[in-house]
Ligand binder design. Structure first.
Ligand SMILES: Nc1nc2c(ncn2[C@@H]2O[C@H](COP(=O)(O)OP(=O)(O)OP(=O)(O)O)[C@@H](O)[C@H]2O)c(=O)[nH]1
Ligand SMILES: [Zn+2]
Length: 371
């Protein structure tokens, strides 16, 4: 904003109209564009076409923007020239790639079926912050974090600035949309409260069990959406039994004049979305653990937004809680956001043969307090 724009050939196709929109609206439009398979342009970056969703599979380029983890697997000939760590990598292929050719390069789940052709080289990336923002946008849109760079044909790109994301994810955008009485199997005296955020389609909810007391901190659970565990009873994780167990514990509180608040956060797959979580499951079928699967996809191992949960509690008038969790990161994130966690209540459920490795990985590699 107010920044000098470097002329770029891709400028012809940019939809400048969106520059007049607010930052949160630009992000919403960019996320929508990536879901539709339309290009985005972040600040001074070239147009970036999402490899997974672009409808015109004939669009082509010799350059791809991919994650550092993916670049590592592809063994770029000059890997050391690629920025290290988690920074995205600008990759040059030996020949023009259309989207059908780019997909196996982008998706690690296709590695077994597709011997990769190289050699691929890393190129200097002069728009680092913009590339990082593009990868974050892909994660929010739930698509593979991989882009054709400056594709032909150009397409009409949605423009935004890298800094727009911070404004879009501000918890202040959230407000209570509506609330209603909702008797549930575990507790007849229950209320559901729905939350909405400006320019974010995900609708979070809170369930309040029992009668709220201002002088008695509620038992609280932050439950992140897990379609497979919550709805189908997947045995691969512990989410289903944890959800039911939390509601049971809150109902028991309610029976003794206490109360509970369950926040159901629409952050499926620790924030990477359903499709990317199922891609991670596919990699897990090939033997890698839950954290390594995310890493290979070029996605963060943890992408949840816990300040959002703190904002929900604030909107409910809850400042002090007893938190059911085995994950100390949740405690720290809530405390940092101003919620007083007066007690951590362990929430461990029996393992089964399908989730025993998942739970061991959470304990040994992610520091969860599990036995
Ligand atoms: N990416 C990914 N997400 C997973 C996998 N298995 C489960 N999940 C997600 O992990 C999240 C589990 O969240 P929670 O149970 O709230 O939190 P937690 O970090 O395990 O901590 P606790 O409070 O101790 O349960 C849900 O969003 C699930 O969809 C997996 O293999 N990969
Ligand atoms: Zn789960």
């Amino acid at each position: 904003m107010g920044k000098a724009e470097r002329p770029h050939p891709a400028d012809h196709g940019v939809r400048h109209l969106s520059e007049r929109a607010s930052p949160t609206r630009r992000v919403a439009q960019a996320v929508d564009a990536l879901r539709h398979g339309w290009p985005v342009q972040v600040g001074s970056s070239p147009a970036l076409l999402p490899v997974e969703t672009a409808p015109n599979r004939a669009a082509a380029s010799r350059r791809l923007l991919i994650s550092a983890a993916r670049a590592e697997t592809l063994k770029l000939t000059n890997q050391r020239e690629a920025a290290g760590g988690h920074a995205p990598v600008l990759m040059r292929a030996p020949e023009l790639l259309d989207l059908t050719g780019a997909l196996p390069i982008a998706d690690p789940a296709l590695d077994l079926a597709n011997p990769l052709k190289g050699p691929f080289r890393a190129e200097p990336l002069e728009w680092q912050d913009e590339a990082v923002a593009a990868m974050a946008l892909a994660r929010i849109a739930g698509v593979l974090p991989a882009f054709l760079v400056d594709p032909r044909p150009e397409g009409e790109a949605v423009a935004l600035e890298a800094g727009d994301l911070a404004e879009w994810s501000s918890p202040d955008n959230l407000s209570i949309a509506t609330r209603a009485h909702l008797p549930i199997a575990r507790e007849e005296e229950a209320e559901i409260v729905a939350f909405r955020s400006v320019d974010d389609m995900r609708e979070h909810v809170a369930l309040i069990l029992g009668a709220p007391h201002s002088d008695r901190p509620p038992l609280v659970r932050l439950h992140s959406e897990c379609l497979t565990g919550d709805i189908f009873g997947s045995l691969k994780c512990d989410c289903g039994p944890q959800l039911d167990g939390a509601l049971g514990a809150m109902s028991a509180e309610a029976a003794w004049d206490g109360w509970g608040v369950l926040l159901y956060l629409r952050q499926e797959g620790r924030g990477i979305g359903l499709v990317n979580k199922l891609r991670a499951y596919r990699l897990q079928d090939e033997g890698v653990d839950t954290l390594e699967a995310n890493r290979r996809l070029g996605l963060p191992e943890e992408a949840r937004d816990f300040p959002l949960a703190a904002r929900m509690l604030d909107l409910l008038g809850v400042g002090s809680i007893r938190l059911m969790t085995n994950n100390l990161e949740k405690v720290v994130a809530l405390e940092d956001a101003g919620v007083k966690v007066i007690e951590r209540v362990p929430h461990e459920l029996p393992a089964n043969p399908h989730n025993v490795r998942y739970l061991a990985t959470k304990r040994d590699r992610a520091g969860h307090l599990l036995t």
